[in-house]
Design a protein around this ligand. Structure first.
Ligand code: NI
Length: 190
């Protein structure tokens, strides 16, 4: 399982590279990578285990963040607090491989609290404008293609992870002069 020491940090050139496309079937190493990235997210979202292994809780982890420049990212977005209809089912959970955003809304959304990243140790305040809705196409670990529509928080998380595969970090999107200025009509998500 990955620990914080395994996570590449801002300044490591792997985080600024364009990750390579993944071929199928996955190699044993790539299968393990997928499993271990998802495992990190699961363990990090368990408050006791998170504390025990001194992890930072995360909802997404991209391969470059563990030093592998390939187009793979684990995403685990837990159900919204107080949503009894979810039955504890995550809003989105999968390892997305070779992901492509095939369409996106004109409407922007941003998290009120700004974004964070396991690879960025310091807090970078400011709004990160994202597309509120996206259509995402990706392959899963079996090479099966999925095309799904996501909105709000899960859409933001996937855009953050896909950025990692293109060598981008969340703060690249923050307005340098006016960090708390978002495009007009941006939906604020708390
Ligand atoms: Ni990140």
């Amino acid at each position: 399982m990955y620990l914080m020491k395994d996570i590449t940090r801002d300044g490591n050139p792997v985080l600024r590279k364009r990750a390579a496309k993944v071929e199928f079937p996955l190699s044993k190493e790539e299968q393990d990578l997928a499993k271990n990235m998802m495992k990190y997210l699961e363990v990090s979202q368990d408050p006791e285990l998170c504390e025990k292994y001194k992890l930072r809780a995360g909802v997404g982890l991209a391969a470059p963040q563990v030093g592998v420049s390939k187009q793979m990212a684990a995403v685990l977005v837990p159900p919204l607090e107080g949503d009894d209809k979810s039955d504890g089912k995550p809003l989105f959970k999968d390892v997305i491989i070779n992901p492509v955003i095939v369409s996106e809304s004109v409407q922007y959304a941003a998290l009120t609290e700004g974004e964070g990243c396991l690879s960025v140790d310091k807090d970078v305040p400011g709004y990160v404008p994202r597309h509120d809705r996206i259509t995402l196409r990706y392959q899963d670990v079996n090479g099966e293609t999925h095309q799904i529509r996501l909105k709000n928080y899960p859409a933001i998380v996937c855009q953050h992870e896909i950025d990692h595969l293109h060598g981008m970090l969340f703060y690249d999107h923050i307005n340098k002069e006016h960090p708390f200025e978002a495009p007009e009509d941006t939906i604020m998500i708390s």
